[in-house]
Design a protein around this ligand. Sequence first.
Ligand SMILES: Cc1cc2nc3c(=O)[nH]c(=O)nc-3n(C[C@H](O)[C@H](O)[C@H](O)COP(=O)(O)OP(=O)(O)OC[C@H]3O[C@@H](n4cnc5c(N)ncnc54)[C@H](O)[C@@H]3O)c2cc1C
Length: 480
Amino acid sequence: MSSHHTTLVWLRRDLRLEDQPALYAAAERGAVVPVFIWNPEEDGAWAPGGASRWWLHFSLAALQTDLEKTGGQLVLRQGDSLETLQALIEETGADAVYWNRLYEPEAIARDTRIKAALTQQGIEARSFNGSLLIEPPEFFNKQGGPWKVFTPFYKAALRDVGIGDPLPAVEALPAPKQWPADVPLETLDLLPRIDWAAGIRATWTPGETGAWEQVERFKEGVAAYKEDRDKPQLMATSRLSPHLHFGEISPRAAITAIQATEDGASNGAQHFVSEMYWREFGHYLLFHFPETTVAPLRPEFEAFPWHDDPEALRAWQRGRTGYPLVDAGMRELWKTGWMHNRVRMVVASFLVKHLLIPWQQGAAWFWDTLVDADLANNTLGWQWTAGCGADAAPYFRVFNPVLQGLKFDPEGEYIARYVPELAALPAKYRHEPWLADDITLRAAGVVLGDTYPHRIVDHGEARDAALAAYQAIKTGGPTS
Ligand SMILES: Cc1cc2nc3c(=O)[nH]c(=O)nc-3n(C[C@H](O)[C@H](O)[C@H](O)COP(=O)(O)OP(=O)(O)OC[C@H]3O[C@@H](n4cnc5c(N)ncnc54)[C@H](O)[C@@H]3O)c2cc1C
C-alpha cells in the first residue's frame, strides 16, 4: 500500500462496508475520506420523497457509527456535487475520487460530467459496479438489442454473468492526515417537521446491521417463500427492498447469504433469486429506456383516455375506496412506508383500471410514501400493472380486489390489521362487508357509508369501462 495516496469515496446509495467495491479499492490505495453530499436538486423531478428522506437520515447515522469502528469517519456536506468534491480535493490533497455507479438518467448525466471534469484536472475518477449483478450497458440479446422480456433476460444473466463472490467487509480505513470540515446530520434536514413516522420507526431499522437482521429472519422461512410470498398477512418475504435501494446490502451479498443456508437450494431460495432479478430487469430497462419514468414504453398508451379525478385519487391515497384489500394496502403504506408486493399490484391495478387515473399519479404517491421508493423498480411496477411496459400484465386482465383478497388472505387477517373498523366482522365478510346483513354489521359496529366507506366504483362497471378504454387504443398485438 502506498500511503501517500488519499482517495475520496463519494457515497450515494451504497451505504455499507461489506461488498463495497469503491470503498474496498480506495482502502487498498491509501488514506480514505468517505463523503456523502446532499443535493436533492441534482435528482431533478425524482428527488427523494418524505419516507426516503426519513430512511436516509437513519441510514447515514448508522453508517457514521459503522465507519467510526473502522477508524474512519463520514464527511457530510451539502451543495453542488462537483464543487464539493473539488473543495474536498483541495482540503485533503486527495488524488482520486471513487464511487459506485447509479443508473438513473439524471445521475448518469451528472456523474459523466463530473468524471470528465475531474479527469481533466488530473484526478483519477473511477466508478465501480456496487449495486447490480449485471451491467446494463454491456448486456444484450442475441440480436444485439436490449432485452425486453424477463425470462430470457434472467436465464441469460444467470448463465452468462452469474452472481459472483462478495468482497469482504472493509475493517480498517486508513485516515487522512487531517479530516475536512463537515456539517452535522441534522443540517441536512431530512426528518419531517411533523412527526408522521412512528409506524415507520416501529417497523424498520435502517442501516447495514438492520439489513443483515432481515437476512437472518428471512433465512428461517426461505424454503416456504415460493408458497407464502403472495400472502400479505405473513412476514414471508425478505423485506430487503429499502436496504437494497440505499445499498446497505448488495444483491450479491444477499443472494450469497441465502444460498449458503440449509435451504439455499430449495424452490423458495431459487424463487427469491428470480425476484432479485426483477430488480435487475427494472434497472436494466430504466437504463435502456430512460424516458419510461414518465412515458409508457408502449407508445400506443400515449393515447389512453385517462381520467383526472382528484377526489377518487384522494380516496385511494387515504385508503377509503370501500374495497378492503385496496384500503388495507394503502394504509399499510401510509403507516409503515412499505406495502406487500401482491397488494401493490392490486392497488395499482385499481388506480389505473377501476379509476382510470394515470399510472404516473400513483407512481408519484408511491415515490413520496415508500421507504423503498426506487425509480427503476417503481417505474417497472407501474408500467407492468398499467400494461404499458415491457413484458407487462396485459391491460385486459383486471384484478378483482375481492377475489384477490379471498384467495391470498382468506381469513381477512390483513384486513383486520390495517382496516380495524372491519376487524369485528366474521372473516368471510371482511373482504366484502356489503354482503353482510344488518344484524351482522351492527354486531360488528360497522355502518357502511359512515364507519367504513361505500365502494367508490362498482367492480363490474369499472371493469367494462376499463376494457372499453383499452379497445380505444388497441393497435394490433403487443410488441416483443
Ligand atoms: C406498482 C408497484 C410499485 C413498486 N414500487 C417499488 C419500488 O419503488 N421499490 C422497490 O424496491 N420495489 C417496488 N416494487 C416491487 C416489489 O413490490 C417490492 O420490491 C417488494 O414488495 C419488496 O419487498 P421484499 O423486499 O420483501 O421483496 P422480496 O419478495 O423479498 O424480493 C427480494 C427483492 O427482490 C426485488 N424485487 C422483488 N419483486 C420485485 C419486482 N416486482 N420488481 C422489482 N424488484 C423486485 C426487490 O429488490 C426485493 O427487495 C413495486 C411493485 C409494484 C407492483
